[in-house]
Write a protein that binds this ligand. Structure first.
Ligand SMILES: Cc1cc2nc3c(=O)[nH]c(=O)nc-3n(C[C@H](O)[C@H](O)[C@H](O)COP(=O)(O)OP(=O)(O)OC[C@H]3O[C@@H](n4cnc5c(N)ncnc54)[C@H](O)[C@@H]3O)c2cc1C
Length: 470
């Protein structure tokens, strides 16, 4: 709670501020620009605050030729507006690579190329963004009688530490997830233990000699863990690299056609409509499409590498399964000791290493840290998450006027696409429409209902049949 102070009256007031400028808010900025160009909407003031100095999509995981896991058509616009000047195909044409890309015959561009596409799009909306600006606090500005019309956003310029604030009528929160760690484990300040989120920069800073005989441990069984394992044995040829998995083996991502329909935009309506328990079950049934799931091609490459090393008696790299990381201890000789619980032998074992990389995922559930200050005004469910309507808007108490939208924090209500690139263009438009007062009616998505080829069912579309309860 924060009364408007006189010295702050000069603060600029925006109609909408976006926190974070990754793909989610970039898609929103592009939708704003397209709306403005269509001249059908009244002008509003927008600002996006991003802590990085320039646009970058997971820059510390831009390893070698890592591929996107979504089709290039799941760009910033195509699923909503295939005519858009912000599409991946227009980017390719302007870059002079359209025909060559077509000749690649691949739906999944490299992450480096998609990052470059995002940068190209971000340059066209850069007047809406303040880079190098880390938001440090969000405060409700209380008026007499306790009503709240505005939020104060405090942010810090990273280059000189100077602090600023501005006011907004509405907010879109899209900061991405926070690194997740096993209980009792965290990163270390000396750079010997770090999260995959900072992989390349920490590796270069702390292990600059790629010919050294370092010992590395990689913890995790998902795509990032597998990519890091491969990167280390390729780029540190003299290193000893161990991948540790809690499960028995790396599992392939389920990329099959029918499972993949869970990411179709119209599934957001379908899932949001379901009773909570059914939704939870359906989402959990499809976890293997994204969580702890590795591309089959990458698994084949790693398996072949291990096999070929066995042929020549090279034992520098290995995968050790059924190990649960419990604790990490810094040793005086400059190494780190990891304590694992062996889930088969039911006993503790220790591994020493020069560096440990925690590819243990991201946390997006619960209350996002910067919104904790507003919990008194916002409604929460029984699990302590915010109540969110179909338009991604947090339900607020009477007298609290700012609309707060979440991008990437609604998986439990809106489905598995929420943390991915799959619905970015559609979601951006739904949020803009809701801002203008045109909320998405439940069960009437802006996208078309699609049919699954070859599926025989009493109803032409099995999802519609489910929705009707048959
Ligand atoms: C290595 C990797 C690869 C992936 N590949 C795919 C893929 O191929 N396909 C797919 O569908 N999904 C993929 N994902 C999932 C990923 O979540 C999405 O690709 C996408 O990044 C989500 O976008 P976002 O804007 O919501 O979040 P993010 O991309 O995480 O962006 C959030 C932004 O907010 C900024 N920020 C955070 N806090 C603050 C603050 N306090 N102040 C100001 N700015 C702040 C961050 O700097 C960041 O730029 C991948 C994830 C990872 C980690």
């Amino acid at each position: 709670m924060n009364k408007l102070r006189s010295e702050e009256l000069e603060e600029r007031v925006y109609d909408l501020i976006g926190i974070g400028f990754g793909p989610s808010n970039l898609a929103l900025a592009v939708a704003i620009r397209e709306d403005a160009e269509s001249a059908s909407v009244k002008p509003k003031s927008f600002l996006f605050l991003e802590s990085k100095e320039a646009f970058a999509w997971h820059p510390d995981m831009l390893v070698d030729s890592a591929r996107t896991r979504s089709s290039f058509m799941k760009d910033l616009v195509t699923l909503r507006n295939p005519d858009s000047r912000f599409s991946f195909l227009v980017y390719l044409q302007e870059s002079g690579r359209l025909v060559d890309f077509v000749n690649l015959r691949k739906f999944f561009p490299s992450r480096a190329e998609f990052n470059d596409y995002y940068r190209w799009a971000a340059e066209q909306v850069q007047d809406l963004v303040s880079y190098g600006s880390r938001v440090t606090a969000i405060e409700a500005v209380e008026e007499a009688g306790g009503r709240v019309q505005l939020l104060r956003i405090r942010y810090q310029r990273l280059k000189d530490g100077s602090t600023f604030s501005c006011l907004t009528r509405n907010l879109v929160y899209a900061t991405g997830g926070c690194p997740k760690f096993p209980p009792g484990v965290s990163t270390t300040d000396d750079g010997r233990v770090f999260h995959s989120q900072n992989f390349l920069s920490q590796l270069c800073a702390n292990f600059p000699d790629d010919r050294a005989t370092h010992q590395f441990l990689v913890v995790g069984s998902g795509q990032s863990a597998a990519e890091i394992f491969q990167y280390l044995y390729k780029h540190y040829p003299n290193a000893d690299v161990t991948a540790t998995l809690r499960r028995f083996a790396y599992q392939p991502a389920n990329e099959s056609h029918f499972a993949n329909t869970i990411f179709h935009p119209e599934m957001t309506d379908f899932l949001y409509d379901l009773p909570k328990a059914d939704r939870k079950r359906l989402i959990a049934e499809h976890y293997d499409t994204i969580y702890s799931a590795v591309d089959l091609d990458l698994l084949a490459e790693i398996y072949r590498e291990l096999f070929e090393r066995r042929v020549i008696g090279n034992e520098q790299i290995r995968i050790c399964s059924m190990l649960e990381l419990r604790r990490i201890e810094l040793l005086e000789n400059g190494q780190v000791r990891a304590e694992f619980f062996n889930l088969v032998k039911r006993s503790t074992e220790y591994w020493n290493a020069d560096g440990i990389i925690l590819a243990t995922g991201f946390r997006r559930n619960g209350i996002p840290p910067l919104l904790e200050s507003l919990t008194g005004y916002l409604q929460q469910d029984h699990q302590g998450s915010f109540e969110v309507d179909r338009s991604y808007r947090i339900s607020a108490a009477d007298g609290f006027a700012p609309q707060i939208f979440l991008q990437g924090f609604c998986e439990s209500t809106h489905g598995l696409s929420d943390t991915l690139l799959s619905v970015l263009p559609v979601r951006a438009k739904e949020i803009l429409d809701a801002l203008d007062g045109d909320s998405v009616a439940v069960g009437t998505s802006t996208s078309q209902q699609s049919q699954i080829p070859g599926m025989s069912s009493p109803h032409p579309d099995w999802r519609l049949s489910l929705r009707r309860g048959s």
